[in-house]
Design a protein around this ligand. Structure first.
Ligand SMILES: Cc1cc2nc3c(=O)[nH]c(=O)nc-3n(C[C@H](O)[C@H](O)[C@H](O)COP(=O)(O)O)c2cc1C
Length: 327
């Protein structure tokens, strides 16, 4: 049974990959993931805020005006380099010890740093880079156009500046999801990961403070991802990686039938264990065998909305089946 697939132009033994998370910040765990059957690994993101936090902690400076004068810039740059260097040392070690592709991940808020950090990922030897683009329309002053322009500017700049494959990881807050994703896929990127899971905000009513709800997803979270993969997979000019809510090998099969090129798992590994990658792969192979498929291309995208079909009709048909019992 051949589960090989091509994702972002990289050869993967299996489409099941580990998404960026705390577990992928540790090379020993990454080796365990490869042994358990991961097709690739997306390393824990570098967050620009983390680097800035390190700068502040190490310099005890809260603003460039504090005492340090001109030397602040120098110290800040040095600490930032040191902080990033630890991350890139981890990536270099992962590249030495793993045979599967290692995909870097970065999340910035300032335009210049997307570029600075992306170049460093390429130098560290990553096989590809996933841009964790958590650019959310939180401000009342922001229009959809503003948000979309930011996406385009960052992608355009990085596309011209680095030569490793680029994928973008997006959330669900787009006013025009289908159109926007399709347009981004025309910008020379190799993949889109749908979707990042935003940290859910909760309120502690005793302490009267904002807190975070559980950071792990639930199995029913898969349906939103599945819907959009099925709608978009045949309408994009790049690969789609399915993320959020994948827990079982049946979920993997569904995402592939919907047209995903790869399927990312994170919460499943936290709730179960890294070894569950083995069951996901075995389950995929068993299903392929039962159905008589000897490779993934034979069924990938079988249930996607076709390029010339209207997604609205396909989705309304499902709606009618349920509410009007029309088959
Ligand atoms: C503990 C934890 C840490 C995470 N860290 C990152 C990160 O650094 N970068 C990123 O792009 N996504 C991060 N994520 C999001 C996951 O990559 C993934 O998109 C999300 O958890 C949904 O997938 P799942 O349902 O398989 O968990 C993190 C998730 C968890 C649970």
């Amino acid at each position: 049974m051949d589960t090989k697939t091509k994702y972002l132009g990289l050869e993967l033994k299996t489409p099941i990959i580990v998404g960026s998370c705390g577990l992928t910040a540790d090379v020993d765990k990454m080796v365990q993931m490869e042994n358990a059957g991961a097709g690739a690994i997306v390393v824990k993101s570098v967050f620009e805020e983390q680097i800035i936090y390190d700068i502040k902690r190490n310099t005890h400076v809260v603003a460039p005006t504090d005492n340090y004068g001109d030397s602040y810039e120098y110290i800040a740059m040095h600490v930032a380099d040191d902080s990033l260097e630890k991350h890139f040392a981890m990536i270099r070690e992962a590249k030495q010890r793993l045979t599967i592709p290692v995909i870097g991940s970065v999340n910035c808020f300032s335009y210049e740093n997307w570029l600075t950090y992306a170049k460093k990922f390429e130098e560290a030897g990553c096989d590809a880079l996933e841009l964790n683009m958590a650019i959310l329309p939180y401000e009342t002053s922001l229009s959809a156009d503003d948000v979309e322009r930011t996406f385009s500017q960052i992608i355009n700049t990085l596309r011209k500046s680095i030569s490793i494959p680029i994928s973008i990881k997006v959330g669900t807050y787009f006013t025009d999801m289908a159109k926007q994703m399709q347009q981004l896929s025309w910008m020379g990127i190799q993949g889109v990961t749908m979707f990042n899971k935003n940290v859910q905000v909760d309120i502690d009513i005793e302490k009267e403070t904002l807190t975070n709800a559980s950071y792990l997803s639930n199995p029913e979270d898969i349906y939103n991802t599945l819907r959009w993969i099925a709608i978009l997979s045949k309408k994009m000019r790049c690969d789609l990686s399915a993320s959020t809510g994948v827990y079982t090998s049946d979920d993997v099969v569904k995402m592939l039938l919907a047209g995903a090129t790869s399927v990312q798992v994170v919460s499943c590994l936290y709730k179960n264990c890294i070894e569950s990658l083995r069951q996901l792969n075995e389950g995929l192979q068993r299903w392929m065998e039962k159905k008589g498929y000897d490779n993934i291309a034979k069924f990938r995208g079988k249930l996607a909305v076709q390029p010339t079909d209207k997604a609205s009709v396909a989705m309304r048909t499902q709606f009618m089946k349920y509410f009007a019992e029309i088959v």
